[in-house]
Ligand binder design. Structure first.
Ligand code: SR1
Ligand code: MG
Length: 413
């Protein structure tokens, strides 16, 4: 039994009324809307609006995983991790994260900016829309976090305290299990189409993949470089367009927000690069399956777009590093090269887990079965190629070319 009260549509007006910071944001006695809008795997999310158009988003952590119910207990303290990460990341890139109004540590509630004029990027991608500027914003976000939350940008004592507060073992264990281990070693949660069973078997019997995932998991559990978002897929990015899409679905973003950072912890920086890359591949696999080859190319071009923006932001901040005595420009080049190649491993892990493991993504899952078969096979085969090629040429261009070729080769009709 939880020892705190869950939010409901009925008790939200009272909650706002009794929280002075929130009663300034929205009028609890004049609400025109109060709905549960969450579609994630873990939490409750509500949106409230008053008659003057002001809005508020309330997110509450449950003491279990919403996706499965009470049978999978999960610390609600993940809300604190998200709140503290929102504050830390917001101090670096305020335009790229939601504004937070309040955190309630007794009920694990985060009150934040109403983003109902934005939409989840994954949904837009799945509809065939091309929001320009989003991939670059994700790269700039990761670049700012890489510098600003690492030893490069933080004073020693503050860094030690931030690392200690960020220890997030239960959420990290979800990733360790679902992303690195279980796709290869089924713990009873894996599934795929019957037509993909031979692909899943080949995948799990691939010694090179096992070795690479062993290394990736090791990095994930030991390499505390920066305060990661920790789950930076296209469902963790909201986009807002400034106009209507053109005939090809292209529309420019005027606002991008990276949200839902409850998996945050001090981890390997490249994990936050490999994650969006893997999701661009999922979007590309969908486009390939639907016969939209030009769109697939565009989806894959987001890999370079994110990397280039990341690298530019990191280089821009580099002159401000705290200890230029030993962190010379050679260190800068070494870091970038290491991250680029590690990102291939993390991308491989993040794309394949959505095919064979628990918690799949809609990009592939909503395809008709005959098309899904090839998309799933292409992603599994691509991830096996990625771990083999990561040490050969780790450029984003090489990643895009390989992904393009493998996805097309495996298309089914
Ligand atoms: C039990 S949580 C399953 C997945 O949902 C989250 O978005 C993470 O990606 C996690 O792995
Ligand atoms: Mg999430």
């Amino acid at each position: 039994m939880a020892d705190y009260e869950f939010l409901t549509v009925e008790n939200i007006p009272d909650y706002i009324r009794s929280t002075p910071t929130l009663a300034e944001v929205i009028d609890p006695d004049d609400l025109v809307l109060c709905d549960e809008i969450g579609d994630g795997n873990l939490n409750l999310v509500f949106l409230a609006k008053d008659t003057s158009g002001r809005g508020l988003c309330l997110k509450q952590s449950l003491p279990y995983v919403r996706m499965t119910g009470e049978g999978w207990p999960m610390t609600p303290d993940r809300a604190r991790h998200e709140a503290e990460t929102l504050a830390a990341h917001g101090a670096l890139v305020p335009d790229l994260v939601p504004a937070m109004y309040h955190y309630n540590p007794e009920r694990y509630i985060i009150a934040m900016e109403d983003l109902s004029d934005h939409r989840v990027w994954r949904g837009a991608l799945n509809e065939g829309l091309s929001h320009t500027g989003a991939a670059e914003a994700v790269g700039r976000y990761v670049g700012a976090v890489a510098f600003g939350t690492s030893p490069l940008g933080m004073e020693r004592e503050a860094l030690a305290e931030a690392i200690a507060r960020s220890v997030n073992p239960q959420l990290c264990e979800i990733t360790e299990d679902l992303v690195f281990t279980e796709p290869l070693v089924d713990a009873g949660r894996n599934s795929c189409l019957p037509a993909n069973e031979p692909d899943a078997r080949e995948f799990s019997e691939d010694a090179a993949m096992m070795r690479a995932m062993g290394h990736a998991k090791w990095l994930f559990m030991t390499k505390a470089e920066a305060l990661l978002h920790g789950d930076l897929h296209t469902g963790s990015v909201m986009v807002r367009a400034e106009g209507e899409p053109d005939a090809d679905g292209v529309v420019a973003c005027d606002s991008i927000k990276c949200f839902d950072s409850e998996f945050a912890y001090y981890g390997p920086l490249a994990f936050d690069i490999g994650a969006p890359w893997a999701n661009y591949v999922a979007a590309a696999a969908r486009a390939v399956a639907l016969g939209e080859d030009e769109r697939a190319r565009w989806c894959l071009s987001l890999v370079s777009a994110t990397w280039n923006a990341f690298e530019a932001e990191f280089r821009r901040r580099w002159p401000q590093r705290r200890d230029p005595r030993v962190w010379t420009d050679a260190t800068l080049e070494d870091l970038l090269l290491t991250w680029r190649s590690e990102a291939w491993l993390f991308a491989a892990a993040k794309m394949s887990r959505r095919i064979v493991g628990a918690a799949k993504n809609k990009d592939v899952e909503t395809l008709p079965e005959n098309l899904r078969e090839g998309a799933a096979r292409g992603i599994l085969r691509l991830s096996r190629q990625l771990v083999r090629q990561a040490g050969v040429d780790s450029s984003p261009d090489a990643f895009e070319r390989l992904a393009h070729d493998v996805l097309l080769e495996n298309r089914t009709r």
